[in-house]
Design a protein around this ligand. Structure first.
Ligand code: SF4
Length: 217
């Protein structure tokens, strides 16, 4: 059974991650809330570099929620063919934008409850939109890096992202909620790598539970 860190060590881990990656930031390119909503839906199980590679052309063609809601499914798919599950994601984008256009006057809602009612939007994406489009910090976006690093270090032994978010909210100072997911991703890319984490070089070495880590690098 995975071991969980005590509160004092958890706080230390968070502070060290935040301190080590002060310049980390959200990784998808966008200039409006609707662009962020579209990019975030496209990004599920797809590398951000792939999404950032296709969105300039997409955003040049479609601008508003109405544009997306009236888009032809096949034509819109042709702009995003590089992402996984393109058909399903495009369906969600069109349906979500229909709701945004009809029920919110074309403006992406800035409330968690309303965002969660949009197709293709879970808590991770809703938190992402609230934080990065509106500066509203209600929670912590839990992506695959947050899950991996929270589990490995013992910040949380939960597997469900919503439960991990609750564990993190209980131990992470609110001033870090906005950025901790992006700092964790930076740590994953730099040291706590997916297949072989470089534990011997890691500044968390003495605190980390290394749950599920076989090769310490
Ligand atoms: S000690 Fe290893 S498993 Fe723990 S955070 Fe560092 S690299 Fe990841």
């Amino acid at each position: 059974m995975d071991a969980r860190l005590d509160v004092k060590s958890s706080v230390k881990v968070i502070e060290l991650i935040e301190k080590t990656y002060p310049d980390s930031h959200y990784y998808l390119d966008f200039s409006t809330p609707i662009e962020l909503l579209v990019a975030a839906i496209l990004s599920a199980q797809t590398r951000d570099t792939v999404v950032n590679g296709i969105t300039p052309k997409l955003f040049k063609k479609y601008h508003t929620a109405k544009d997306y809601s009236e888009a032809n499914q096949k034509e819109l798919e042709s702009y995003v063919s590089g992402v996984s599950f393109a058909g399903n994601k495009v369906r969600n984008i069109i349906r979500a934008c229909e709701i945004v256009d009809k029920e919110y006057g074309g403006r992406v809602p800035n409330e968690m409850k309303s965002l969660l009612e949009l197709p293709g939007i879970g808590r991770k994406t809703a938190n992402t939109i609230l934080i990065n489009a509106y500066g509203i910090v209600e929670g912590i976006p839990v992506d695959t890096w947050v899950i991996k690093i929270s589990n490995r270090t013992g910040l949380s032994v939960e597997k469900n992202p919503d439960n991990i978010e609750e564990d993190l909210k209980a131990i992470v100072d609110k001033k870090y909620w906005k950025n901790i997911a992006y700092a964790m991703k930076a740590h994953g890319h730099a040291i706590c790598r997916s297949s072989i984490p470089l534990c011997s070089k890691c500044f968390l070495n003495k605190l980390c539970m290394r749950n599920g880590v076989k090769d310490s690098g």
